[in-house]
Design a binder for this molecule. Structure first.
Ligand code: ADP
Ligand code: MG
Length: 237
C-alpha cells in the first residue's frame, strides 16, 4: 500500500473513495483482449497517460468514477476502452433495445471527437456508434438510431429530442458517461442531463469527467453516482 501511495504521488494522482484499485503501469495490465490491444497499438498509444493509469483499473472493476484532469490528458480513452470491454461482456445484442453506452458531451465538436475516438476502438469489435448532435439532420439521426447501435455520443439537447421522438429507448443502457460536466452546466444543460439520467436504469455504471468541480456539479455527482472513486490529476479541481 505504501508503494502504491508513492507511485500515485510520483504521478501526481490523488484518489478518494473505498478500496481504490491500484494504478496500472502499462496497457498489458488491463487484461484487454488481443483485438483491443491491437486497436490501441494501431493508434500509436504506447503507454497509458496518467489519468488512464488510475482511471482504467477503476472503471474496469465496475466502479463509478469522478475523473478530474485538464484538457489533453487522455480522458476519452479512459472511458472508451472500458466501455468496449463492458459492451463485449453483455449478452447477445438485441438492436431494438437501444444503446448500451451513452456519452453526453457539451458541444458538437466534442461529441464528434468522442465519436471518432470511439469508432477507432469499436470498429474491430463490430460495435456500432451513433453521433447525435445539433446541426445534422434529425431525420437521418432518427433513422440511424432506429437501425440500432451499441454506443450513442450526444449533446444533451439533441438526445432529449430524439428520445421524445422515440428514436431510441435507454432500457439497455448500463454505461453512462458525462464528459466535461462543468461545461455542460455552464451551457445550461443541467435539466437535460437530469432528464437523461432519469431515463437510464439505476443499475448502471456512471462516469463523470470534468476539468473543475463547482458546487452544482458536486451535487449532481453525489446524487447520481454510487460509491464513486474520485481521481484528480495535477493542479486542477
Ligand atoms: P482530454 O479528453 O483529457 O482532453 P483526449 O482524450 O482528447 O484528452 O486526448 C488528448 C490527445 O491525446 C488525443 O489526441 C488522444 O488521441 C491522445 N492520447 C490519448 N491517450 C493516449 C495515449 N495513451 N498515448 C498517446 N496519446 C494518447
Ligand atoms: Mg475530453
Amino acid at each position: 500500500e505504501q508503494e502504491v501511495a508513492e507511485y500515485r504521488k510520483s504521478l501526481g494522482i490523488r484518489v478518494s473513495g473505498f478500496d481504490v484499485p491500484r494504478p496500472i503501469k502499462q496497457f498489458e495490465d488491463c487484461g484487454f483482449s488481443s483485438t483491443l490491444m491491437n486497436a490501441i497499438s494501431k493508434q500509436g498509444y504506447e503507454k497509458p497517460t496518467t489519468i488512464q493509469c488510475q482511471a482504467l483499473p477503476i472503471v474496469l472493476s465496475g466502479r463509478d468514477i469522478i475523473g478530474i484532469a485538464k484538457t489533453g490528458s487522455g480522458k476519452t480513452a479512459a472511458f472508451v476502452l472500458p466501455m468496449i470491454v463492458h459492451i463485449m461482456d453483455q449478452p447477445e445484442l438485441k438492436k431494438e433495445e437501444g444503446p448500451i453506452g451513452v456519452i453526453c458531451a457539451p458541444t458538437r465538436e466534442l461529441a464528434h471527437q468522442i465519436y471518432l475516438e470511439s469508432k477507432k476502438f469499436s470498429k474491430s469489435h463490430g460495435i456500432r456508434v451513433s453521433a447525435v448532435y445539433g446541426g445534422m439532420s434529425k431525420l437521418e439521426q432518427f433513422k440511424e438510431l432506429k437501425a440500432g447501435c451499441e454506443i450513442v455520443v450526444a449533446t444533451p439537447g439533441r438526445l432529449i429530442d430524439l428520445l421524445k421522438m422515440k428514436a431510441l429507448t435507454m432500457m439497455r443502457a448500463t454505461y453512462l458517461v458525462l464528459d466535461e460536466a462543468d461545461r455542460m452546466f455552464d451551457l445550461g444543460f443541467e435539466p437535460q442531463i437530469r432528464s437523461i439520467v432519469g431515463q437510464i436504469r439505476p443499475e448502471r455504471q456512471t462516469l463523470l469527467f470534468s476539468a473543475t468541480m463547482p458546487q452544482k456539479v458536486e451535487r449532481l455527482a453525489r446524487e447520481i453516482l454510487a460509491d464513486p472513486v474520485r481521481v484528480t490529476v495535477g493542479e486542477v479541481g
